[in-house]
Design a protein around this ligand. Structure first.
Ligand code: ATP
Ligand code: MG
Length: 231
């Protein structure tokens, strides 16, 4: 049998006396869209950061296709994040001095793609997401929802195997949050990548194929949903 895309085996992580993760074992398969929910401080971001190799658990291991990525060197984990993962954060984190096209192209150039190819890919990705008209626009001249769409394009442009998103709609009003989550889940599904998304909002989580609820650093529930089709 194929190894799961991502797997954690009883991972724990403490920050000083605070036990953020108290033993989490889970698997994520390719193509799954997973929402991580739970109260503030329950360990959601810490779990996301362990899965994406930003943090290393104190005990237990994170595997990708059976490879123990949490035991890789810092350099190899950075390489993994840049080449095989995409990230979307709450506030977009676009570079304010660069227009959308260059924001999307930058991670590609960092992995060695020539500038002209990176720009073509960036334009193609923006177009695919229906925001080609934003290519030349600076982040400061975009709405929050537009900036998040550009951030999604940036996360998708390198064809990652997993997109990690921490509260990607947290700074948006309900209507634009809804549009952004719909765009994120449908485009991720089209590419066959997996999505691991942290959210407080059940209306966001219901666009995913699975909801894992974390409480006090452990998995409280883990259920699969019928996949909602975009309207
Ligand atoms: N860098 C850090 N240093 C110290 N404590 C931390 C750090 N990061 C997280 N914690 C603590 O670990 C616990 C889990 O934090 P985490 O950020 O994973 O929670 P969360 O579920 O993402 O919360 P929220 O919904 O508020 O974002 C909390 O008690 C938090 O205060
Ligand atoms: Mg958090």
């Amino acid at each position: 049998m194929d190894k799961p895309l991502l797997e954690t085996t009883d991972i724990t992580l403490s920050f000083g006396a605070t036990r953020a993760l108290a033993g989490i074992t889970l698997q994520v398969a390719a193509g799954e869209t997973v929402a991580i929910m739970g109260p503030s401080g329950s360990g959601k971001s810490t779990l996301l950061n362990c899965l994406s190799g930003v943090l290393v658990p104190d005990t237990g291991t994170v595997y990708m296709h059976g490879q123990p990525i949490s035991r890789f060197s810092d350099k190899d984990r950075s390489h993994l994040r840049l080449n095989r993962f995409g990230f979307v954060f709450q506030d977009g984190q676009l570079i304010p001095e660069l227009p959308a096209r260059e924001n999307v192209a930058l991670p590609l150039m960092l992995t060695g793609t020539p500038r002209s190819t990176a720009f073509l890919t960036a334009d193609g990705t923006l177009g695919r997401l229906g925001i080609g008209d934003l290519a030349g626009r600076l982040p400061g001249n975009m709405s929050g929802g537009q900036a998040q769409r550009v951030a999604i394009a940036r996360a998708l442009a390198g064809n990652p195997e997993v997109i990690f998103a921490d509260e990607p709609t947290g700074a948006l009003d309900q209507a634009s949050g809804h549009e952004v989550i719909q765009l994120l889940t449908t485009t991720v599904r089209m590419t066959g990548a997996a999505l691991v998304l942290v959210t407080h909002d059940v209306n966001v989580a219901r666009w995913c194929s699975r909801i894992i609820e974390i409480r006090d650093g452990i998995v409280h529930s883990d259920r699969r949903l019928d996949v909602k089709e975009a309207l």
